[in-house]
Design a protein around this ligand. Structure first.
Ligand code: ASP
Ligand code: MG
Length: 408
């Protein structure tokens, strides 16, 4: 008998009909002899609807009361799903995050889980119940309600699976797994049977939106086997797991996937003095404005000056540019320029560790298509390039084909 934690996302519980269908699905798993703990999101669109109402009162709304409001979305779903289970004759108990006690820090709107008291859940399971828990929420030490950031129900699922030592955490969503790349860009993209935590983390940070990044971090840290599956079509989905799984009969591909991110913008400042402290003088004010910097590139200095380029999210471009103009005057640099029509393409794979020449192969594939590379950055298991926006589709397709990722 297994203990399964299943998380159903907003579209999976988006209507009463769908909630009833989820209840039937859960009962089928239960009847196979599994203990079932279910985490649900708010019905699709609900969190946005609640946020919009709050913004009509204060466009800059944040903090405690926003969390009191947003957690109601998930509370509706746990009650409805439990009723649907009851109606089908299945005993079930619903819990809000606070009732479980999912203890978090007190960072409203983006709290982190500190601990989970699994006592109630264990007891209910022993009594034959399905346990239904509200995702995305917890409670701080003082009893204040908190939320875990958008998409946080994935993290609730993984954290519960870790606390209960579940056999698997299954994330049911509207896609049937993790793909080699976005099938909307490359129709030949292939569902991966398996991917490592590290690769999934890179894919998630590089723009693949299948799972909340924090949930993947959490699963990796606690070694929770994580599976992404569709609520709507049967299939085994994609298993996210540790690297050294002996049961690998198929030869491991060098590259697992291609990620891309459209929301990129690049800023450059030329002719800055090549002296200690310059990087800090340029990027300090940017980070003080809470703007996240992704890639950073500084040229080797010549004639006592150097050029400095970095990328930010496209939404932050205008603000970053105006900050950079001020820095330009201060430093007596020559010019500041920028480009917000750029994108980042990345190849990801743990196989890179043991294979040489992957970067040059990537550059060759792009060169053959006449795609100019503007910036490059690498880590142990990924290589990212910045290119002009108009090359996104072409670049992704060429890389997908060049690294032979399509169905064979
Ligand atoms: N309902 C929350 C959101 O839409 C949490 C979740 O769905 O994971 O972000
Ligand atoms: Mg979600």
């Amino acid at each position: 008998m297994a203990l399964l934690v299943q998380k159903y996302g907003g579209t999976s519980v988006g209507s009463i009909e769908r909630i009833k269908a989820v209840a039937e699905k859960i009962i089928a798993y239960k009847n196979q002899g599994n203990d079932m703990v279910i985490v649900v999101s708010a019905m699709s669109g609900e969190t946005n609807r609640l946020t919009d109402m709050a913004k009509q009162i204060d466009p800059a709304v944040r903090g405690r009361e926003l969390d009191v409001l947003l957690t109601t979305g998930e509370q509706v779903t746990i009650a409805l799903l439990s009723m649907a289970l009851h109606k089908l004759g299945q005993p079930a108990v619903s819990y809000t995050g606070a009732q479980v006690k999912i203890l978090t820090d007190n960072a409203y709107n983006k709290a982190r889980i500190l601990s989970i008291d699994s006592g109630n859940i264990q007891q209910d399971l022993a009594g034959g119940n399905v346990v239904v828990v509200a995702g995305f929420q917890g409670v701080d030490e003082k009893g204040n309600i908190t939320t875990l950031g958008r998409g946080g129900s994935d993290t609730t699922g993984v954290a519960l699976a870790a606390a209960l030592k579940a056999d698997e955490c299954q994330i049911f969503t509207d896609v049937d797994g993790v793909y080699t790349t976005d099938p909307r860009v490359v129709p030949e993209a292939r569902r991966l049977k398996k991917i490592t935590f590290e690769e999934m983390l890179e894919m998630a940070s590089l723009g693949s939106k299948v799972l909340q990044i924090r949930s993947v971090e959490f699963a990796g840290k606690y070694g929770v086997p994580l599976r992404v599956l569709s609520s709507f079509v049967e299939g085994e989905g994609t298993l996210i797991t540790s690297e050294n799984n002996e049961d690998d009969t198929v030869e491991q591909a060098v590259i697992s996937g291609i990620a891309f991110n459209r929301d990129e913008a690049q800023l450059t400042i030329n002719g800055v003095p090549d002296t200690p402290g310059v990087a800090y003088q340029i990027l300090g004010p940017i980070s003080d404005a809470n703007i996240e910097v992704d890639m950073i590139l500084q040229n080797v200095g010549a004639d006592g000056t150097t050029d400095f380029t970095f990328t930010v999210n496209r939404n932050d471009y205008d603000m970053a540019f105006s900050i950079l103009r001020k820095t330009l005057e201060k430093l007596g640099a020559r010019v500041a320029s920028g480009n917000n029509k750029i994108v980042k393409l990345s190849i990801v794979g743990v196989g890179m560790r043991s294979h040489a020449g992957i970067a040059s192969k990537m550059f060759q594939i792009l060169a053959k298509e006449g795609i100019n590379i503007l910036m490059i950055s690498t880590s142990e298991i990924k290589i990212s390039v910045v290119v002009e926006e108009k090359y996104l589709e072409l670049g992704v397709r060429a890389l997908h084909e060049g690294f032979d990722l399509a169905e064979k």
